[in-house]
Design a protein around this ligand. Structure first.
Ligand code: ATP
Ligand code: MG
Length: 394
């Protein structure tokens, strides 16, 4: 058993001592079988949330209406969720209220895919009623029970299927694949934030292109706003070196460039403001780069790291080779760089010029930096002072 599970065994033991059932479930069991690193160790139990809270010293209510209590053991947080079913689905979404049950099997039945519907007890024994292990070995994503029904209950599962494709490098089993195409339209009922969150995980996975291809051919992509232009040219889009993208923002810049409706896309995808800001900067950088190579002043302003990001977006979307070495050379040759401390301050400029503060400070600073980059002014306090005084006399 992996050390993360071993550390959590006392939590299971505690629950069992009081006569409850308790198991490790979900992604951590799947990932450990795959020999992958595991992150969150989730626990399912027959104990009610109230009973769980009484058994542990430190707990936080994180989703009591879904039966989830966060339990701390030796400083580590564990989500402990009461066995439940989700019988009454409404509007193709998971219900607000759940029904607690006493059987592990019932709980595993409501889970999305066979690989996610396994449980492991404190001795490392696997409970695998839907043959998730076999599917993992054959690298197959298959719903627990009828895919039509399971996707109709909760349409988000369809996006989860393609995100797991990308993350795990698995294929979607054929009847599950067919149901994706038939039920994709139900995604119109799902909150965009949740669809965007799954999409982000898809893009960060190891096979994003394969997953996007399936998302396009099953029409899942249709339920991401403003991608009409991209969908029309999906062949060209998928022929780009998309895997070069290293961050969500880089990916979304390339997608936005291909979507041709950037502004409304940012809004409708419900992206956080900070993310939108970064994407806009990347696209602006891309557009400038498409006209000409970076100037020294531009490189000074954006810094080496962001220049590489822009270059990557430019190279991926334009299909031309990235010129990182040329950027690095130019940067290395610059007399001052973004990181270089300036030898003077705005206050110095006021003192030396005898003028009052105002917008001219910013402009003059910019002018001095530009001249430093051109090699006309040296980044030394006395040099700047003399230059300013002489300039003012003229
Ligand atoms: P990750 O490694 O990304 O966290 P995960 O499998 O743990 O993957 P979570 O979203 O954390 O995914 O969900 C935990 C478990 O809850 C899943 O393994 C699955 O059993 C169940 N689950 C999550 N979302 C759904 C859903 N929409 N429908 C049914 N079961 C779900
Ligand atoms: Mg998880």
């Amino acid at each position: 058993m992996k050390k993360e599970f071993v550390r959590a065994v006392p939590v299971l033991e505690r629950l069992e001592q009081r006569g409850h059932l308790a198991y490790f479930v979900g992604g951590s069991v799947r990932d450990s079988i795959m020999g992958k690193e595991i992150h969150d160790v989730d626990i399912a139990t027959s104990a009610t949330p109230q009973e769980v809270k009484e058994l542990f010293d430190r707990t936080i209510d994180v989703g009591i209406q879904h039966g989830t209590v966060l339990v701390f053991h030796e400083g580590e947080p564990y989500e402990v969720t009461t066995f439940r079913t989700e019988s009454q689905y409404k509007d193709f979404r998971r219900p607000e209220q759940v029904e607690f049950v006493t059987s592990l099997l019932e709980d595993l039945k409501r889970r999305d895919f066979t690989m996610n519907a396994m449980a492991m007890d404190k001795d490392g024994i696997l409970y695998d009623p839907f043959k998730g292990r076999e599917d993992i070995e054959s690298k197959i994503i298959r719903t627990v029970g009828s895919p039509d029904e399971r996707f109709s209950e909760d349409a988000l599962r369809m996006v989860r299927a393609v995100r797991f494709m990308s993350q795990l490098g698995f294929e979607v089993e054929s009847s599950t694949y067919q149901a994706l195409g038939e039920k994709a339209h139900l995604l119109s009922h799902i909150a965009q934030e949740r669809k965007t969150a799954e999409f982000q995980k898809l893009l960060a996975g190891k096979k994003p292109k394969e997953a996007l291809k399936v998302a396009a051919s099953t029409q899942i992509l249709q339920y991401y706003p403003e991608l009409d232009a991209l969908m029309r040219e999906i062949k060209r889009f998928l022929s780009l070196d998309l895997e070069e993208c290293q961050t969500f923002e880089e990916w979304l810049s390339v997608i936005a460039l291909a979507s041709a409706k950037k502004e409304s896309m940012y809004r409708e995808w419900k992206l956080p403001v900070a993310v939108i800001k970064k994407i806009k900067a990347l696209i602006e950088g891309y557009e400038r780069r498409n006209r000409e190579f970076y100037s020294r002043y531009q490189l000074y302003e954006i810094g080496l790291e962001d220049a590489h990001r822009i270059e990557r977006v430019w190279s991926v979307y334009s299909g031309q080779p990235a010129q990182y070495a040329r950027i690095d050379d130019l940067y290395a040759q610059m007399p001052i760089q973004r990181e270089t401390p300036l030898s003077f301050s705005g206050n110095d400029l006021i003192k030396w010029s005898g003028k009052k503060g105002g917008p001219w400070i910013k402009e003059t600073t910019k002018d001095i930096i530009q001249r430093m980059l051109d090699g006309e002014i040296v980044n030394e306090r006395e040099f700047v002072k003399q230059w300013l005084i002489q300039g003012n006399k003229q």
